[in-house]
Design a binder for this molecule. Sequence first.
Ligand code: SF4
Ligand code: SF4
Length: 96
Amino acid sequence: MQQMERGHVLTCSVGECSYNANEVCHAPNINVGATHPTCDTFTLGNVNQAPLGMPDVSICSVTNCRFNKNNDCMAPGITVAHHGTHADCLTFRVGE
Ligand code: SF4
Ligand code: SF4
């Protein structure tokens, strides 16, 4: 069976997130929320996460995004930025 490639977090400008260093996300992976493309892995506080490189989108529950296939993100890469006080996937596009 062919391995499904998951989307990677290319950049994130949410500098106050504990996983963010110089616009690179250092979380092991991220989850994106259900009714809105929010990064659910966003966290404040001290996580002491060593740099790991570009994380994958582990699960994305935004089923009306054209890049979503069975809760996997099939975009070649995603960009995350502020939406108000939270973090959103800007690569979200409505479609099938
Ligand atoms: S907001 Fe999400 S994508 Fe951005 S650094 Fe934090 S965990 Fe990573
Ligand atoms: S591009 Fe679409 S499928 Fe990928 S993480 Fe963003 S909202 Fe989810």
